[in-house]
Design a protein around this ligand. Structure first.
Ligand SMILES: [Zn+2]
Ligand SMILES: [Zn+2]
Length: 422
């Protein structure tokens, strides 16, 4: 067997808890869960080199995108240009500190921690210097940070802001805009190459060998716990994972209660988020307040149909669909329908995937309010609904993270047991 073969012991699927045997794997192979078909591990060719190249290039491009002009516009002989740095600064200092803090964390702080972690880890793998005190911490942080990277959503926000501005003035794209587009692409590529099971295996070796008594069963049914951070299987008597040392639990604690509480919070805040203005535009002394729906209608009237649809889907339909489908999934735990567990899991993954895109309107408001500051001639400031809408997106994301998809499969297993007993 060659050195390039990936060897790992049994693991539990993160989505359905099924115990999967990992066969020896070669480059460019992907293993899917036997039961739910969710990807378990992907082994790519030269992963460490690709991670190093993509993360370092992304960091350089990000530095460039902060330095130069991002967007510029001119109206009635007045020209205004902003860099990304100005955009964050304007929000932090002049307008909405909380909004500025959210934009800077999701756009600068977390992506940079993520990219520098990958850079350090991949470099350590290439030079074969694997045992550092920080390695475990960096690997654990990757899993926590990844869902909060919003760079691609900001890029879409930049494009929507561009279309909105075109109706008001002449707009120009700066060097930073293109650097940011390339940075977005490279960050997505970096995320695609990150595989937690592969990384933990490379740094800390194979997970501890566990005696599997019963084939074709979930980890919980066999008195085992699958670690959600590194994928290792542990006996249920363990409080921490034998490989990553993180606390392990068979199911997320109080998963349904937490999800429902967060969903109730999001539903309450969704009302002011839609009733109050998300953006206030002052033009020649007259101030116009626009709500989310008002913004969609305005874009539709301006014949910007694709952008109007993007905002309608991301800001109106996605939050409602996400809240309803998560409520439905929680309800299913006690009052299960005949819908197969795999379909329920797909619904859950869809809500998890699309939820973060609702942030697009918040980024549009952030960009416009930083750029359009022409005193009494024209200026844009975020409305009070911006914060409540932002809270809706964050609460629904936290609700999706609190929900344990393995519960969906637990119900189907219990139903099967009941049927076989009767
Ligand atoms: Zn599975
Ligand atoms: Zn672990």
């Amino acid at each position: 067997m060659s050195d390039d073969t990936f060897i790992e012991n049994e693991t539990a699927c993160d989505c359905c808890d099924w115990v999967n045997t990992i066969p020896p794997m070669q480059h460019n192979e992907r293993l899917r869960c036997e039961r739910c078909k969710h990807p378990i591990v992907t082994v790519s060719k030269k992963t460490a080199q690709l991670l190093l190249a993509n993360s370092s290039a992304a960091i350089v491009l990000f530095a460039l995108s902060l330095t130069y002009e991002f967007l510029g516009f001119s109206s009635n002989g007045i020209t205004q240009q902003i860099s990304l740095w100005d955009c964050i600064n304007a929000l932090l200092i002049e307008h909405f500190t909380a909004l500025g803090a959210i934009v800077s964390v999701t756009l600068v702080v977390l992506p940079l921690i993520y990219l520098f972690s990958i850079l350090l880890l991949s470099f350590s793998l290439i030079v074969k210097s694997k045992h550092h005190r920080y390695t475990r911490w960096l690997l654990l942080s990757l899993e926590t940070i990844q869902p909060w990277l919003m760079v691609d959503v900001f890029m879409l926000g930049g494009l929507v802001a561009l279309v909105k501005l075109k109706s008001l003035a002449e707009v120009s794209l700066g060097v930073s805009f293109w650097a940011f587009a390339a940075y977005t692409f490279l960050l997505i590529r970096t995320v695609c190459y990150v595989d937690k099971r592969w990384l933990w295996n490379q740094f800390f070796g194979q997970s501890e060998k566990i005696d599997i008594k019963q084939k074709a069963s979930s980890a919980r049914n066999q008195g085992l716990i699958g670690c959600q951070f590194c994928g290792a299987l542990n006996p249920s008597t363990n409080r921490t994972c034998s490989r990553c040392h993180h606390v392990i639990m068979s199911r997320k604690p109080a998963s349904l209660k937490r999800t429902i509480a967060l969903l109730i919070g999001a539903s309450i805040l969704y009302v002011p988020a839609n009733l109050f203005p998300i953006m206030n535009t002052t033009f020649l002394g007259t101030t116009e307040h626009s709500t989310i729906i008002g913004g969609v209608l305005l874009l539709w009237a301006l014949k910007s149909y694709p952008v109007a649809l993007v905002i309608l889907i991301a800001s109106v339909l996605v939050p409602i669909a996400k809240i309803l489908s998560l409520f439905w999934l929680c309800w299913q735990y006690h009052f299960a329908t005949d819908l197969p567990a795999i379909k329920k899991q797909k619904i859950y993954h869809l809500t998890e995937l699309v939820g973060r895109w609702s942030m697009v309107d918040i980024f549009v408001v952030a960009i416009l309010s930083a750029l359009v500051q022409l005193g009494t001639l024209m200026n844009i400031v975020p409305g009070i609904a911006a914060m409540s809408f932002c809270a809706v997106v964050i609460l629904t994301m936290l609700a999706a993270m609190s929900f344990d998809p393995r519960l969906v499969w637990d119900i189907s297993e219990e139903t099967k047991v009941d049927e076989s007993e009767s």
